[in-house]
Design a protein around this ligand. Structure first.
Ligand code: ARG
Length: 563
């Protein structure tokens, strides 16, 4: 329920202001102080239109605005303050949450529409970076939010498993690598080989030549090259899958860059037939200067294709496969130019769906204010971060609740939840300074705080031993319950906003507000006291548990019932 909409509709129906419902809606405010009601309508705009005092206007309009949705409407200075009918709203909100359970907040505007989401997409033979973590958790949450809005989402892991770097890696492996060490610790070993290659290539430039030659062989399907590549890919995927298992994220497709190798010729052909392929110093490019963009490099001098060529092939393939309504690429902000070029080339090729490609960028994770670089080998290993977080959660749980069943599982959910929430609570475009300490904080506005609030609600329900049935009459009118009810009521609205902005932090912030309101209710109201409002209070507790759990699910975080 969107209270502002309720008030805007009411104003429109009751008054002849000359403003549209939307204009009225845009003027509405939420009073800071509960004594000023739930929604306020400032009369300054009307005052300007009518050349009259806003205080007088408010006073004059007050008597015309009574309605059953409101306990009262009061003019206070230049404002009209609307006090919602608490009984009516509580009844409506609690009934619909208890009836719909996790379906509360579902929308249907996405039904029948397909949205492939390109997310995570780490590079084979390299560590899974913090940037890839961001893409994974943001992408997963966006996918959950879209699904909640009815869309048919397809999670695609566009693995970075192709490109000249694999030629370099094969060269390095053949020069210095060993089978057993790659088997023992694939990513670390392959990454070390890759770094060594770059160090050695500075002294011995012919290595670069060999790297290029190996990649050409790979592209041409050479047996040895393909065998090594496949082995590196399999070993890397095994490692990545450990992280995906911890995060509980899965994909509908692992078609990475390599998948498009045999589709390159067609793409180059399409570009050529459209008359867009031009030579530029031996390489083939699509010029984009009239759009203020640098040329898009399609084929290198030696004939090798590039990242953008593979993305062109991928988008065409995905359109053919899914006929998508739109498609979202969850990739760091530093690749903005790449996606602008990609879209521009597609639209020059005449694909009208180019407009439906959305690059969803996010900020960087910084270390001491600087970008973390994989090249130099200074990376924080994500798996270690997750493991530390889990073991810290384990320690906390052991202190607080030593006899908990299922402790390991819960520690995993809490530790991982802390890391995910730390990422999703800020607007996605913000850069985040990497701090393990911050990530592992379990107090304040954190994932574990939300999980803890949910577990607290569950334990109240368990203790009460009352079985709630739907179709009851709920009576709640104290200010603490009311604050919770108001938050609960706007959950569907928060989901819609998160969808419109493609911004999981909207849900994260919503949940923090809900948990705060609930905890203040918990601290101020004797919830389990036996009186005629017990069932109503328990309904409120149950509804809060439902919404917290569902909200956390949308972020990709579990909600254990005990912790
Ligand atoms: N593998 C790339 C990287 O790590 C990200 C790929 C993003 N997806 C895409 N379709 N380009 O930078």
């Amino acid at each position: 329920m969107d209270f502002k909409k309720v008030v805007a509709k009411h104003l429109k129906a009751k008054l002849n202001t000359g403003l549209t419902e939307q204009q009225l809606f845009d003027l509405l405010e939420t009073p800071k102080h509960p004594g000023n009601g739930d929604i306020a309508f400032p009369c300054f705009t009307l005052a300007k239109m009518q050349k009259d005092s806003p205080v007088l206007i408010a006073a004059n309009l007050e008597p015309q605005l009574a309605g059953s949705q409101f306990e009262k409407v009061r003019a206070t200075g230049p404002y009209l303050n609307f006090f919602l009918n608490k009984q009516k709203v509580s009844q409506e909100v609690l009934t619909s949450i208890l009836e719909q359970a996790s379906g509360f907040g579902d929308h249907s505007f996405g039904l029948g529409k397909k949205v492939p989401i390109d997310m995570s997409s780490p590079n084979i033979a390299k560590p899974f970076s913090m940037g890839h973590l961001r893409s994974t958790v943001i992408g997963n949450s966006i996918a959950n939010i879209l699904r909640k809005c009815g869309f048919d989402v397809i999670r695609i892991n566009h693995l970075g498993d192709w490109g000249t770097q694999f030629g370099k890696l094969i060269t390095a492996y053949k020069a210095w690598g060993s089978k057993t060490s790659v088997r023992e610790n694939p990513i670390r070993e392959l990454f070390a080989l890759y770094i060594k290659f770059h160090q050695q290539a500075e002294l011995n430039p012919s290595l670069e030549e060999q790297g290029r030659a190996w990649f050409k062989k790979l592209e041409a399907g050479d047996e040895e090259a393909l065998y090594l590549w496949k082995w590196f890919r399999d070993e890397s995927l095994k490692e990545f899958n450990k992280i995906y298992a911890l995060l509980d994220v899965s994909f509908d497709s692992y078609k990475g860059e390599a998948f498009y190798n045999d589709k390159m010729a067609e793409v180059v052909d399409i570009i050529e037939k459209a008359g867009l392929l031009e030579e530029d110093g031996g390489a083939m490019v699509v010029k984009l200067d009239e759009h203020g963009l640098p040329p898009s490099l399609i084929r290198k001098t030696d004939g090798a294709t590039l990242y953008v060529t593979r993305d062109l092939a991928a988008s065409i393939f995905r359109y053919r496969t899914y006929k998508f309504d739109k498609t979202i690429y969850v990739v760091g902000n530093e690749q903005s130019l790449h996606f602008r070029q990609l879209k521009m080339v597609l639209s020059k090729l005449g694909y009208s769906w180019a407009d439906d490609l959305i690059h969803l960028p996010f900020g960087m994770i910084l270390k001491d204010g600087k970008k973390m670089s994989t090249r130099k080998g200074k990376v924080v290993l994500l798996e270690e971060v997750l493991e530390q977080s889990i073991s810290l959660a384990n320690k906390n749980i052991t202190e607080k609740n030593p006899h908990l069943d299922n402790k390991e599982q819960i520690a995993r959910e809490v530790g991982v939840g802390a890391v995910i929430f730390h990422d999703l609570r800020n607007d996605r475009m913000n850069n985040i300074e990497f701090s393990l300490e911050e990530m592992l904080k379990f107090e304040g506005e954190t994932g574990p705080y939300l999980q803890y609030t949910h577990a607290r609600a569950c334990s109240l329900l368990f203790k009460s031993r009352v079985l709630l049935e739907t179709g009851q009459l709920y009576r709640l009118d104290d200010q603490h319950s009311w604050a919770v009810i108001k938050r609960l009521a706007v959950f569907p609205h928060a989901i819609e906003k998160a969808y419109t902005l493609l911004e999981p932090s909207v849900i994260a912030k919503y949940l923090i507000e809900l948990a705060k309101a609930f905890n203040s209710f918990y601290g101020n109201v004797r919830i389990l006291e036996e009186n005629n409002a017990l069932v109503s209070r328990l309904a409120l507790v149950q509804a809060t548990a439902i919404v917290l759990k569902e909200g956390l699910r949308l972020l990709g975080i579990k909600a254990p019932e005990q912790m």
